[in-house]
Design a protein around this ligand. Structure first.
Ligand code: ARG
Length: 457
């Protein structure tokens, strides 16, 4: 960070080194929060204007003037013209400065009954809500792409492995839809993170409320939160916890993606050739002309490590942190922003991969040349003829060569039980993916409608 020239901030004169150190990356990171900071301010001022209190804190005309100015700041932010100076320190003081430049004394009133602590807490929750809904859409899209891949190659036999050694006949349908189900289950964690995030901290102020009769339910409703936090002290302690929960859920998603990525790397090696990766999603070598490398998949493996690190960092920042606001919490901001960005980008890249992956049925079937992979199925055939399992096990183990030439297609067609190669209920998984995407979309529609109403003239 370059040293700020002007050290006379809105909240007093600060040693320039201290200012640079404490604001850290906020002047840059907080740009992502400019729009939601304006929305939080719009809800707060609307609530103050509706308060039954004498003297009147905000008249209706004053409220409208503030909302009009906030609309302009949002337009500036969308056009990339909103700036946060070093002296502002963060988006909250930058928006207040901008309002004061425009509205004079009226701008100086917007901070009535609030603190930057509840501003940053509400901003993050508003931001996370939008981002999570978009991320949920990407997760559902990847699950759908995997299910389409499973449907298209439902009956292509694929060697199932344990310890990476051939184990039992499986299918491309089972492999692809298994990852789809894994992701949809990770969705439960994202839903929990959403629920824990969907609470309004506004009115907590510095963490202990204010001595005026503010209406916290109203600000929560105006911003379309599920409800306000009950206890204002807890509302301020929940900063950081929110980010840690979110990152832990994203880390699980990334761990799933890294396993899918690893399988794709492995099974697209020439030695396997079950799959061919789309060439336009591979990268070349500067010296080896023949190369098409799976760099994106390797980066997804690495990004899973980053997410686990970000989740761990956020958790450890919270450990033994005293109750109430502490500046440590500022450092969870970059973690959650980066974690969300990376998770969303990874979901997107893998969807592109799943949509244009080539499956090579010949190579998949050729992998069944070694007869051992049929051993368990054969043993169970003997069981079906009345032989005790352990006897069948030994008999098959002593005569593995007799299994050579068994037909993998016939074997996978026999597993008709729920979730078996011939019992994949892809329709049920598709319905889950559709419902997941639909839920995210309807949540976001509700939020967008509330924001539009809040900013209406
Ligand atoms: N940028 C600060 C943060 O992210 C805003 C809150 C500052 N509050 C304070 N009491 N210093 O935490």
């Amino acid at each position: 960070m370059s040293q700020p020239a002007d050290t006379a901030t809105t909240v007093g004169k600060i040693n320039p080194d201290v200012l640079a150190f404490t604001e850290g990356k906020d002047p840059v990171l907080d740009l992502a929060l400019a729009e939601v900071d304006c929305l939080g301010t719009a809800a707060h001022v609307t609530m103050l204007a509706r308060m039954d209190y004498t003297p009147t804190l905000f008249t209706e005309a004053q409220r409208r003037a503030v909302i009009a100015a906030l609309r302009d700041i949002i337009a500036e932010a969308r056009a990339g013209r909103f700036t946060i100076t070093a002296a502002d320190q963060d988006v909250h003081l930058a928006v207040e400065r901008r309002l004061t430049e425009r509205l004079g004394d009226l701008g100086k009133k917007v901070h009535t009954c609030r603190s930057r602590n509840d501003q940053v807490a509400v901003d993050i929750r508003l931001h996370v809500r939008n981002e999570l809904n978009a991320l949920d859409g990407e997760l559902a899209a990847l699950a759908r792409a995997l299910l389409a891949l499973a449907e298209a190659h439902r009956d292509v036999p694929m060697v199932g492995r344990t310890h990476l050694q051939p184990a039992m006949p499986s299918s491309v349908g089972m492999w692809a839809s298994g990852y789809a189900e894994m992701l949809l289950d990770d969705g439960y964690l994202l839903e929990a993170a959403y629920k824990a995030n969907d609470l309004c901290p506004l009115g907590s102020a510095a963490g202990y409320g204010v001595p005026l009769p503010i209406d916290r339910q109203l600000t929560s409703d105006l911003l379309a939160f599920a409800r306000p936090f009950h206890n204002v002290f807890y509302a301020s302690c929940a900063r950081g916890k929110d980010e840690a929960i979110l990152l832990s859920a994203c880390a699980q998603v990334m761990l799933s993606l890294s396993r899918l990525a690893e399988d794709l790397i492995l099974f697209s090696m020439p030695e396997f050739r079950y799959f061919t990766l789309p060439r336009d999603l591979c990268t070349g070598s500067s010296i080896m002309p023949q190369k098409y490398n799976p760099d994106v998949l390797e980066l997804i493996r690495a990004k899973a490590a980053l997410l686990v690190g970000q989740a761990t960092s956020a958790n450890v920042i919270l450990k033994a942190l005293p109750g109430g606001y502490n500046r440590d919490l500022q450092d969870t901001k970059e973690l959650y922003m980066e974690g969300l960005r990376v998770t969303r980008a990874s979901l997107r890249i893998l969807r592109l991969m799943a949509e244009s992956l080539t499956v090579n049925p010949d190579a998949c079937r050729a992998a069944f040349a070694e007869p051992g992979v049929f051993a368990t199925d054969r043993a169970l055939e003997l069981v079906a003829q009345g032989m005790p399992f352990r006897d069948a096990y030994h008999q098959v183990r002593d005569h593995l060569e007799e299994l050579r030439g068994m037909d993998p297609d016939a074997v996978i067609a026999k597993k008709t039980h729920l979730g078996g190669t011939a019992g994949l209920d892809l329709g049920a998984l598709r319905a889950r993916a559709d419902a997941y995407a639909e839920a995210a979309k309807s949540r976001q529609d509700k939020i967008d409608a509330a924001f539009a109403a809040l900013l209406a003239d």
